[in-house]
Design a protein around this ligand. Structure first.
Ligand SMILES: [Mg+2]
Length: 369
C-alpha cells in the first residue's frame, strides 16, 4: 500500500462502525410483524418527529428529524412505534464491548456509531479490514442487527466510507485513495459541514469534494474564515484528528497560583475555600462522588507538597469537600514560607467502574490563574 505522507501519521488505521437504521431495526428485530414494513420510530402525534426510519420507509422519502405529519403524507402505510431508549442503550453497551476487543481507543458518536483506532492491532488480526469484518459478524451474531463499517487512515474518510455501502456494507479506502474518493462525493455528505454551510457552498458553486479541492486557500479564507484550512484539508482527504476515547473520570480538581504569596492563615483558608467551591461546582455538574481529597501546596521556594485524605462516605456537598480540605491544611499551618499555589483534587469516585460513555468524561484538571 502506498502511504501518502501528507495525509496522516503513517500507519494510522481507523474503523467507523455505524448500525443500520438502528432504532427502527431494533423494533423490527423484536416485533416480527414490523419486518419488511415501513416503520418510523417516534411519535405519530401532530407535533411528533421521526427519530429513525426503516429502510422500507426511506424508500418513500421518510427521514429522521422529519415531522411525523410529513412522514405520514409521504408514506401512508407508515407504522409508528414509540422509542424504547433503554433497549437501544443496552444494545449500545453490547456493541461497545465488542469494539473494545479490537481497539483500546473507541470514540462513540452516538448510541449506534463509533470510531475505533485499530492501529495497534489489539486482536492480532493483521489488518484493519479483518477487524472490521469480524466486528460486523459479531454484531450480527450477538445482537441480530447489521452494521456498516468504513476502514481508512483517518476519521473523516472512515465515516464517509461506512456510509458508502449501507446497509450491511463494508468499504475500505486505503491510503493514497482518500483524496480521489472524497472528491467524487457531494459536500452534503461531509461530516462537519452542516446544512447552512452546505447551502452557502452551493451558492458559491461548490457541490462536490472536487469543486472544493479546486478552490485555493485565499479564496476559502475569504468565504469561510477560520474553517479554510480544515476545508482545504478535507477536500484532499486529510484529517489529523485522533480517536478520543472517553475514559472514566479518575480525578477532578483545580488549583490557583497567586500573584502575591499567601502568608496568613486567614488568606490561605480563604484560598482553600475558593478553590473548593470551584472544584465542587465541577464535581456536582458531573455527578462525581469522590472519596479522596488531595491538597497541593507550592511554597515560595517552589517546594511542592501534596497531602491526601480519604473519607469513608463519598463527598456529597461543597461543605464536606471544604471540611476535608481544612482537615488536611490545619496541621500545615501556620506556614513559615509564603504559598504561591494551592490546589485541590477530588478522586476515588464511586462509579469508577462505570464506563457509560455518555456520562463519563476524560480525567481533567483545570487551572485557575
Ligand atoms: Mg446509524
Amino acid at each position: 500500500m502506498v502511504v501518502d505522507p501528507d495525509t496522516t501519521p503513517a500507519g494510522r488505521k481507523i474503523i467507523h462502525v455505524d448500525m443500520d437504521a438502528f432504532y427502527a431495526s431494533v423494533e423490527q428485530r423484536d416485533d416480527p410483524a414490523l419486518r419488511g414494513k415501513p416503520v418510523a420510530v417516534g411519535g405519530s402525534s401532530r407535533r411528533g418527529v421521526v427519530a429513525a426510519a426503516s429502510y422500507e420507509a426511506r424508500k418513500f422519502g421518510v427521514r429522521s428529524a422529519m415531522p411525523s405529519v410529513t412522514a405520514k403524507r409521504q408514506c401512508p402505510a407508515l407504522i409508528f412505534v414509540p422509542p424504547r431508549f433503554e433497549v437501544y442503550r443496552d444494545i449500545s453497551h453490547q456493541i461497545r464491548a465488542i469494539f473494545r476487543d479490537y481497539a483500546d481507543e473507541v470514540e462513540p458518536l452516538s448510541l449506534d456509531e463509533a470510531y475505533l483506532d485499530v492501529s495497534a492491532d489489539k486482536a492480532g488480526l493483521g489488518s484493519a479490514t479483518a477487524a472490521a469484518k469480524l466486528i460486523r459478524e459479531r454484531i450480527h451474531a450477538e445482537t441480530g442487527l447489521t452494521a456498516s463499517a468504513g476502514v481508512s487512515y483517518n476519521k473523516f474518510i472512515a465515516k464517509l466510507a461506512s456510509d458508502q455501502n449501507k446497509p450491511d456494507g463494508l468499504t475500505i479506502i486505503p491510503p493514497g485513495k482518500g483524496a480521489a474518493f472524497v472528491q467524487t462525493l457531494s459536500i452534503r455528505r461531509f461530516h462537519g459541514i452542516g446544512p447552512v454551510t452546505a447551502a452557502k457552498m452551493e451558492g458559491l458553486g461548490i457541490f462536490s469534494g472536487a469543486d472544493l479541492a479546486a478552490m485555493d486557500g485565499v479564496w476559502l479564507a475569504t468565504h469561510f474564515g477560520n474553517s479554510a484550512e480544515w476545508l482545504h484539508n478535507l477536500a484532499r482527504g486529510i484529517d489529523h484528528r485522533r480517536v478520543k476515547s472517553n475514559r472514566p473520570l479518575k480525578s477532578l480538581g483545580g488549583e490557583r497560583t497567586f500573584f502575591n504569596d499567601l502568608i496568613t492563615d486567614t488568606e490561605i483558608r480563604e484560598a482553600l475555600a475558593h478553590v473548593c467551591t470551584v472544584v465542587w461546582d465541577r464535581a456536582a455538574k458531573k455527578g462525581a462522588r469522590g472519596r479522596t481529597v488531595t491538597l497541593k501546596l507550592r511554597y515560595a521556594d517552589f517546594r511542592t507538597i501534596t497531602r491526601a485524605r480519604s473519607v469513608t462516605a463519598p463527598i456529597l456537598d461543597g461543605a464536606s469537600l471544604l471540611a476535608a480540605g481544612e482537615a488536611i491544611l490545619g496541621p500545615l499551618l501556620p506556614t513559615e514560607q509564603g504559598i504561591r499555589l494551592l490546589g485541590v483534587t477530588l478522586s476515588k469516585f464511586e462509579d469508577e467502574e462505570d464506563d457509560d460513555e455518555d456520562t463519563a468524561a476524560p480525567a481533567d484538571l483545570f487551572s485557575l490563574i
